[in-house]
Write a protein that binds this ligand. Structure first.
Ligand SMILES: NC(=O)c1ccc[n+]([C@@H]2O[C@H](COP(=O)([O-])OP(=O)(O)OC[C@H]3O[C@@H](n4cnc5c(N)ncnc54)[C@H](OP(=O)(O)O)[C@@H]3O)[C@@H](O)[C@H]2O)c1
Length: 334
Protein backbone atom coordinates (compact mmCIF):
# COMPACT_ATOMS: atom_id res chain seq x y z
CA UNK A 1 0.00 0.00 0.00
CA UNK A 2 1.22 3.48 -0.87
CA UNK A 3 -0.43 6.28 1.06
CA UNK A 4 -2.25 8.30 -1.65
CA UNK A 5 -1.39 11.46 0.28
CA UNK A 6 2.30 10.85 -0.48
CA UNK A 7 1.69 10.55 -4.24
CA UNK A 8 2.45 13.95 -5.83
CA UNK A 9 -0.10 15.65 -8.06
CA UNK A 10 -0.11 17.93 -11.10
CA UNK A 11 -1.96 21.24 -11.06
CA UNK A 12 -4.55 21.65 -13.81
CA UNK A 13 -5.01 24.91 -15.70
CA UNK A 14 -8.33 25.72 -14.04
CA UNK A 15 -6.98 25.29 -10.52
CA UNK A 16 -7.86 21.62 -9.91
CA UNK A 17 -5.32 18.92 -9.27
CA UNK A 18 -4.77 15.36 -10.47
CA UNK A 19 -2.64 12.52 -9.06
CA UNK A 20 0.66 12.32 -10.96
CA UNK A 21 0.15 8.68 -12.04
CA UNK A 22 -2.95 6.67 -12.93
CA UNK A 23 -3.95 3.15 -13.84
CA UNK A 24 -4.79 2.37 -17.48
CA UNK A 25 -7.76 0.09 -18.06
CA UNK A 26 -7.50 -1.00 -21.71
CA UNK A 27 -7.27 -4.79 -21.82
CA UNK A 28 -5.79 -4.60 -25.36
CA UNK A 29 -8.16 -7.35 -26.59
CA UNK A 30 -6.16 -9.78 -24.39
CA UNK A 31 -7.15 -9.14 -20.78
CA UNK A 32 -10.82 -9.75 -19.92
CA UNK A 33 -13.08 -7.08 -18.41
CA UNK A 34 -13.20 -9.16 -15.20
CA UNK A 35 -9.40 -9.20 -14.94
CA UNK A 36 -9.16 -5.46 -15.61
CA UNK A 37 -11.83 -4.81 -12.97
CA UNK A 38 -9.87 -7.03 -10.57
CA UNK A 39 -6.79 -4.87 -11.16
CA UNK A 40 -8.84 -1.72 -10.50
CA UNK A 41 -10.12 -3.22 -7.22
CA UNK A 42 -6.55 -4.05 -6.21
CA UNK A 43 -5.34 -0.69 -7.49
CA UNK A 44 -7.71 1.23 -5.23
CA UNK A 45 -6.53 -0.80 -2.26
CA UNK A 46 -2.82 -0.20 -2.92
CA UNK A 47 -3.40 3.54 -3.26
CA UNK A 48 -4.28 4.43 -6.88
CA UNK A 49 -6.71 7.31 -7.04
CA UNK A 50 -6.67 8.00 -10.81
CA UNK A 51 -8.20 5.63 -13.37
CA UNK A 52 -8.11 6.07 -17.15
CA UNK A 53 -11.26 4.47 -18.56
CA UNK A 54 -12.98 4.62 -21.95
CA UNK A 55 -16.32 3.56 -23.35
CA UNK A 56 -14.64 1.58 -26.11
CA UNK A 57 -12.58 -0.54 -23.70
CA UNK A 58 -15.78 -2.55 -23.15
CA UNK A 59 -15.28 -2.89 -19.41
CA UNK A 60 -16.77 0.22 -17.78
CA UNK A 61 -19.72 -1.74 -16.35
CA UNK A 62 -17.34 -4.20 -14.66
CA UNK A 63 -15.15 -1.38 -13.35
CA UNK A 64 -18.28 0.42 -12.11
CA UNK A 65 -19.15 -2.56 -9.91
CA UNK A 66 -15.70 -2.29 -8.36
CA UNK A 67 -16.07 1.45 -7.73
CA UNK A 68 -19.52 0.96 -6.20
CA UNK A 69 -18.26 -1.79 -3.88
CA UNK A 70 -15.29 0.37 -2.83
CA UNK A 71 -17.62 3.31 -2.07
CA UNK A 72 -20.14 1.10 -0.21
CA UNK A 73 -17.42 -0.58 1.84
CA UNK A 74 -15.88 2.78 2.72
CA UNK A 75 -12.55 1.89 1.07
CA UNK A 76 -12.55 5.22 -0.73
CA UNK A 77 -14.99 8.11 -1.21
CA UNK A 78 -16.07 9.18 -4.70
CA UNK A 79 -14.56 12.63 -4.17
CA UNK A 80 -11.14 11.07 -3.55
CA UNK A 81 -11.04 9.33 -6.94
CA UNK A 82 -10.17 11.02 -10.22
CA UNK A 83 -12.13 9.10 -12.86
CA UNK A 84 -11.48 9.77 -16.54
CA UNK A 85 -13.34 8.37 -19.54
CA UNK A 86 -13.52 8.97 -23.28
CA UNK A 87 -16.20 9.44 -25.90
CA UNK A 88 -15.74 6.82 -28.58
CA UNK A 89 -15.64 7.79 -32.23
CA UNK A 90 -19.13 6.58 -33.09
CA UNK A 91 -20.72 8.88 -30.47
CA UNK A 92 -19.39 12.29 -31.53
CA UNK A 93 -22.88 13.46 -32.44
CA UNK A 94 -24.37 11.99 -29.23
CA UNK A 95 -21.87 12.96 -26.55
CA UNK A 96 -24.37 13.48 -23.73
CA UNK A 97 -25.90 10.06 -24.29
CA UNK A 98 -22.43 8.50 -24.29
CA UNK A 99 -21.42 10.38 -21.13
CA UNK A 100 -24.60 9.37 -19.27
CA UNK A 101 -24.02 5.71 -20.18
CA UNK A 102 -20.40 5.91 -18.99
CA UNK A 103 -21.44 7.54 -15.71
CA UNK A 104 -24.14 4.88 -15.22
CA UNK A 105 -21.72 2.06 -16.08
CA UNK A 106 -18.96 3.42 -13.85
CA UNK A 107 -21.52 4.21 -11.10
CA UNK A 108 -19.62 7.40 -10.36
CA UNK A 109 -22.20 10.29 -10.53
CA UNK A 110 -19.87 12.54 -12.56
CA UNK A 111 -16.60 12.31 -14.48
CA UNK A 112 -13.46 14.14 -13.40
CA UNK A 113 -12.34 14.31 -17.01
CA UNK A 114 -14.02 13.39 -20.29
CA UNK A 115 -11.85 13.07 -23.38
CA UNK A 116 -12.60 13.11 -27.06
CA UNK A 117 -10.84 9.79 -27.66
CA UNK A 118 -9.88 10.51 -31.29
CA UNK A 119 -10.34 13.84 -33.10
CA UNK A 120 -12.43 12.29 -35.90
CA UNK A 121 -15.53 10.10 -35.91
CA UNK A 122 -13.88 7.12 -37.58
CA UNK A 123 -15.07 3.95 -35.93
CA UNK A 124 -13.53 0.52 -35.92
CA UNK A 125 -15.07 -2.59 -34.46
CA UNK A 126 -13.53 -4.13 -31.32
CA UNK A 127 -11.01 -6.90 -32.06
CA UNK A 128 -10.66 -5.78 -35.70
CA UNK A 129 -7.40 -6.54 -37.51
CA UNK A 130 -4.88 -4.15 -39.05
CA UNK A 131 -6.38 -4.28 -42.56
CA UNK A 132 -9.88 -3.48 -41.37
CA UNK A 133 -11.28 -0.22 -42.87
CA UNK A 134 -14.58 1.55 -42.31
CA UNK A 135 -15.88 3.03 -45.61
CA UNK A 136 -17.62 5.81 -43.62
CA UNK A 137 -14.33 7.14 -42.25
CA UNK A 138 -13.51 10.80 -43.00
CA UNK A 139 -10.59 13.18 -42.54
CA UNK A 140 -10.51 15.55 -39.57
CA UNK A 141 -12.98 18.43 -39.79
CA UNK A 142 -12.64 21.55 -37.61
CA UNK A 143 -16.41 22.09 -37.53
CA UNK A 144 -17.16 18.52 -36.51
CA UNK A 145 -14.49 18.56 -33.81
CA UNK A 146 -15.83 21.85 -32.40
CA UNK A 147 -19.36 20.46 -32.38
CA UNK A 148 -18.18 17.44 -30.36
CA UNK A 149 -16.14 19.62 -28.02
CA UNK A 150 -19.03 22.02 -27.41
CA UNK A 151 -21.19 19.10 -26.33
CA UNK A 152 -18.61 18.36 -23.61
CA UNK A 153 -18.50 22.04 -22.63
CA UNK A 154 -22.26 21.79 -22.08
CA UNK A 155 -21.68 18.75 -19.83
CA UNK A 156 -19.26 20.84 -17.76
CA UNK A 157 -21.95 23.53 -17.43
CA UNK A 158 -24.35 20.81 -16.33
CA UNK A 159 -21.95 19.50 -13.67
CA UNK A 160 -21.61 16.04 -15.18
CA UNK A 161 -17.97 16.57 -16.21
CA UNK A 162 -15.27 18.49 -14.29
CA UNK A 163 -12.51 18.83 -16.89
CA UNK A 164 -12.22 18.36 -20.65
CA UNK A 165 -9.52 16.25 -22.26
CA UNK A 166 -8.43 15.76 -25.84
CA UNK A 167 -6.44 12.85 -27.20
CA UNK A 168 -4.46 11.75 -30.24
CA UNK A 169 -4.08 15.35 -31.39
CA UNK A 170 -1.38 16.92 -33.56
CA UNK A 171 0.01 20.47 -33.45
CA UNK A 172 -1.76 21.49 -36.70
CA UNK A 173 -5.08 20.23 -35.33
CA UNK A 174 -4.49 22.02 -32.02
CA UNK A 175 -3.62 25.23 -33.89
CA UNK A 176 -6.90 24.95 -35.79
CA UNK A 177 -9.14 24.58 -32.72
CA UNK A 178 -7.59 25.87 -29.49
CA UNK A 179 -8.55 29.55 -29.86
CA UNK A 180 -12.14 28.56 -30.66
CA UNK A 181 -12.80 26.70 -27.38
CA UNK A 182 -14.73 28.35 -24.54
CA UNK A 183 -13.30 26.00 -21.91
CA UNK A 184 -9.63 25.20 -22.33
CA UNK A 185 -8.75 21.50 -22.33
CA UNK A 186 -7.03 20.52 -19.08
CA UNK A 187 -5.05 17.65 -20.57
CA UNK A 188 -4.08 15.98 -23.81
CA UNK A 189 -3.59 12.22 -23.87
CA UNK A 190 -0.95 11.11 -26.37
CA UNK A 191 1.34 8.17 -26.97
CA UNK A 192 4.51 8.98 -24.97
CA UNK A 193 7.31 6.58 -24.04
CA UNK A 194 11.13 6.69 -24.19
CA UNK A 195 11.35 5.65 -27.85
CA UNK A 196 8.47 7.97 -28.82
CA UNK A 197 8.81 11.20 -26.88
CA UNK A 198 6.95 13.60 -29.23
CA UNK A 199 9.12 16.44 -27.92
CA UNK A 200 7.56 19.13 -30.13
CA UNK A 201 4.00 18.20 -29.14
CA UNK A 202 5.06 17.88 -25.49
CA UNK A 203 6.60 21.39 -25.51
CA UNK A 204 3.57 22.82 -27.30
CA UNK A 205 1.21 21.47 -24.64
CA UNK A 206 3.36 22.54 -21.70
CA UNK A 207 3.69 26.06 -23.17
CA UNK A 208 -0.12 26.29 -23.25
CA UNK A 209 -0.61 24.85 -19.75
CA UNK A 210 -2.28 21.70 -21.06
CA UNK A 211 -1.10 18.67 -19.08
CA UNK A 212 0.51 15.96 -21.26
CA UNK A 213 -0.83 12.52 -20.27
CA UNK A 214 1.26 9.69 -21.67
CA UNK A 215 -0.42 6.53 -22.85
CA UNK A 216 1.51 3.29 -23.46
CA UNK A 217 4.15 4.65 -21.06
CA UNK A 218 6.00 1.31 -21.06
CA UNK A 219 5.83 0.77 -24.81
CA UNK A 220 2.79 -1.50 -24.43
CA UNK A 221 4.42 -4.92 -24.91
CA UNK A 222 1.03 -6.69 -25.13
CA UNK A 223 -0.78 -4.19 -27.36
CA UNK A 224 -3.44 -5.47 -29.79
CA UNK A 225 -2.23 -7.39 -32.84
CA UNK A 226 -3.41 -4.54 -35.10
CA UNK A 227 -0.81 -2.25 -33.49
CA UNK A 228 2.19 -4.56 -33.92
CA UNK A 229 4.57 -4.16 -36.89
CA UNK A 230 7.92 -5.94 -37.35
CA UNK A 231 9.91 -2.68 -37.21
CA UNK A 232 8.53 -1.65 -33.79
CA UNK A 233 11.05 -1.31 -30.96
CA UNK A 234 10.57 -2.59 -27.40
CA UNK A 235 11.26 0.38 -25.11
CA UNK A 236 11.86 -1.73 -22.03
CA UNK A 237 14.57 -3.72 -23.83
CA UNK A 238 16.67 -0.72 -24.86
CA UNK A 239 20.16 -1.46 -23.43
CA UNK A 240 20.53 2.02 -21.88
CA UNK A 241 17.22 1.60 -20.06
CA UNK A 242 18.13 -1.89 -18.88
CA UNK A 243 21.43 -0.51 -17.52
CA UNK A 244 19.70 2.27 -15.59
CA UNK A 245 17.21 -0.26 -14.21
CA UNK A 246 20.10 -2.43 -12.99
CA UNK A 247 21.61 0.58 -11.20
CA UNK A 248 18.27 1.15 -9.42
CA UNK A 249 17.68 -2.58 -8.86
CA UNK A 250 14.26 -2.43 -10.51
CA UNK A 251 12.42 -3.43 -13.68
CA UNK A 252 12.89 -1.15 -16.75
CA UNK A 253 9.15 -0.38 -16.47
CA UNK A 254 9.84 1.56 -13.29
CA UNK A 255 12.50 3.60 -15.07
CA UNK A 256 10.04 4.46 -17.88
CA UNK A 257 7.60 5.74 -15.27
CA UNK A 258 10.18 7.75 -13.32
CA UNK A 259 11.38 9.31 -16.58
CA UNK A 260 7.79 10.26 -17.50
CA UNK A 261 7.12 11.84 -14.12
CA UNK A 262 10.38 13.78 -13.99
CA UNK A 263 9.84 15.00 -17.55
CA UNK A 264 6.46 16.40 -16.48
CA UNK A 265 3.95 14.06 -18.10
CA UNK A 266 1.36 11.94 -16.32
CA UNK A 267 1.79 8.21 -17.10
CA UNK A 268 -1.17 5.80 -17.05
CA UNK A 269 0.43 2.33 -17.09
CA UNK A 270 -1.81 -0.69 -17.43
CA UNK A 271 -1.02 -3.71 -15.30
CA UNK A 272 -2.73 -6.70 -13.76
CA UNK A 273 0.44 -8.07 -12.13
CA UNK A 274 2.74 -5.15 -11.34
CA UNK A 275 0.50 -2.22 -10.51
CA UNK A 276 1.71 -1.71 -6.95
CA UNK A 277 5.34 -1.44 -8.08
CA UNK A 278 4.27 1.05 -10.74
CA UNK A 279 2.55 3.32 -8.22
CA UNK A 280 5.56 3.07 -5.91
CA UNK A 281 7.71 4.48 -8.73
CA UNK A 282 6.12 7.86 -8.00
CA UNK A 283 7.30 7.96 -4.38
CA UNK A 284 10.77 6.42 -4.52
CA UNK A 285 14.17 7.83 -5.49
CA UNK A 286 14.46 9.95 -8.59
CA UNK A 287 16.60 9.40 -11.66
CA UNK A 288 19.77 11.47 -11.86
CA UNK A 289 20.10 14.29 -14.39
CA UNK A 290 22.56 12.09 -16.26
CA UNK A 291 20.07 9.20 -16.43
CA UNK A 292 17.35 11.59 -17.63
CA UNK A 293 19.75 12.86 -20.33
CA UNK A 294 20.52 9.27 -21.41
CA UNK A 295 16.82 8.43 -21.76
CA UNK A 296 16.31 11.62 -23.78
CA UNK A 297 18.64 10.08 -26.40
CA UNK A 298 16.37 7.02 -26.83
CA UNK A 299 13.90 8.85 -29.09
CA UNK A 300 13.45 6.69 -32.21
CA UNK A 301 10.14 7.87 -33.67
CA UNK A 302 8.73 4.54 -32.52
CA UNK A 303 5.01 5.29 -32.86
CA UNK A 304 3.13 2.13 -31.88
CA UNK A 305 -0.49 3.21 -32.46
CA UNK A 306 -0.28 4.10 -36.12
CA UNK A 307 -4.05 4.16 -36.45
CA UNK A 308 -4.37 2.40 -39.83
CA UNK A 309 -7.89 1.28 -38.95
CA UNK A 310 -9.03 4.92 -38.88
CA UNK A 311 -7.99 5.75 -42.45
CA UNK A 312 -10.61 7.19 -44.78
CA UNK A 313 -11.13 6.14 -48.42
CA UNK A 314 -8.48 7.89 -50.53
CA UNK A 315 -5.96 8.31 -47.70
CA UNK A 316 -2.39 7.25 -48.48
CA UNK A 317 -1.29 5.49 -45.35
CA UNK A 318 -1.24 5.95 -41.57
CA UNK A 319 1.14 8.92 -41.79
CA UNK A 320 -1.88 10.91 -43.07
CA UNK A 321 -3.41 10.71 -39.58
CA UNK A 322 -0.54 12.54 -37.93
CA UNK A 323 -0.14 15.71 -40.06
CA UNK A 324 3.63 15.19 -40.31
CA UNK A 325 4.12 18.01 -42.84
CA UNK A 326 2.59 20.60 -40.51
CA UNK A 327 -0.82 20.81 -42.21
CA UNK A 328 -3.96 18.82 -41.46
CA UNK A 329 -4.17 16.20 -44.17
CA UNK A 330 -7.31 16.41 -46.37
CA UNK A 331 -9.11 18.69 -43.90
CA UNK A 332 -12.20 20.20 -45.59
CA UNK A 333 -12.36 23.35 -43.42
CA UNK A 334 -8.98 24.16 -41.79
N1 LIG B 1 -6.03 7.72 -25.58
C1 LIG B 1 -5.75 6.67 -26.29
O1 LIG B 1 -6.03 6.62 -27.51
C2 LIG B 1 -5.08 5.48 -25.65
C3 LIG B 1 -4.48 4.51 -26.49
C4 LIG B 1 -3.84 3.43 -25.88
C5 LIG B 1 -3.82 3.31 -24.49
N2 LIG B 1 -4.44 4.25 -23.70
C6 LIG B 1 -4.42 4.14 -22.21
O2 LIG B 1 -3.07 3.93 -21.78
C7 LIG B 1 -3.03 2.80 -20.92
C8 LIG B 1 -1.66 2.16 -20.97
O3 LIG B 1 -1.31 1.70 -22.26
P1 LIG B 1 -1.07 0.15 -22.55
O4 LIG B 1 -1.87 -0.65 -21.61
O5 LIG B 1 -1.30 -0.09 -23.99
O6 LIG B 1 0.50 -0.03 -22.36
P2 LIG B 1 1.57 0.09 -21.20
O7 LIG B 1 0.98 0.62 -19.96
O8 LIG B 1 2.75 0.78 -21.80
O9 LIG B 1 2.01 -1.45 -21.00
C9 LIG B 1 1.20 -2.36 -20.31
C10 LIG B 1 1.92 -3.71 -20.29
O10 LIG B 1 3.14 -3.61 -19.53
C11 LIG B 1 3.20 -4.64 -18.55
N3 LIG B 1 3.72 -4.05 -17.31
C12 LIG B 1 3.15 -3.08 -16.56
N4 LIG B 1 3.90 -2.77 -15.50
C13 LIG B 1 4.96 -3.60 -15.55
C14 LIG B 1 6.08 -3.78 -14.69
N5 LIG B 1 6.27 -3.02 -13.59
N6 LIG B 1 6.98 -4.75 -15.02
C15 LIG B 1 6.81 -5.47 -16.13
N7 LIG B 1 5.77 -5.36 -16.98
C16 LIG B 1 4.85 -4.42 -16.68
C17 LIG B 1 1.79 -5.09 -18.33
O11 LIG B 1 1.80 -6.45 -17.97
P3 LIG B 1 1.17 -6.97 -16.56
O12 LIG B 1 -0.31 -6.75 -16.69
O13 LIG B 1 1.57 -8.39 -16.54
O14 LIG B 1 1.81 -6.17 -15.44
C18 LIG B 1 1.12 -4.84 -19.68
O15 LIG B 1 1.27 -5.97 -20.51
C19 LIG B 1 -4.18 1.92 -21.43
O16 LIG B 1 -4.55 0.92 -20.51
C20 LIG B 1 -5.25 2.97 -21.66
O17 LIG B 1 -5.86 3.34 -20.44
C21 LIG B 1 -5.05 5.33 -24.27
Amino acid sequence: MIDPKTVPSFKLNNGGSIPCIGMGTFGSDRVTPEEVAGAVAGGIRVGYRLFDCAACYGNEDQIGKVFKAAFDEGVVARKDLFIMSKVWNDMHRRVRESCLKTIADLQCDYLDMLFIHWPFPNYHAPFCDVDSRNPDSKPFSVAEFLDTYRQIEALVDEGLVRHIGISNMTIPKLNAVLDKLRIKPAACESELHPCFQQQELFDYLVARDILPIGYMPLGSPRRPERDILPEDLADMQMPELVEIAKAHDCHPAIICLKWALQRGQLPIPFSVHNYEANLRAAVTEKLTDEEMATIATLERGNRLVKGQVFLWPGANDWHDLWDEDGVIVSCPDA
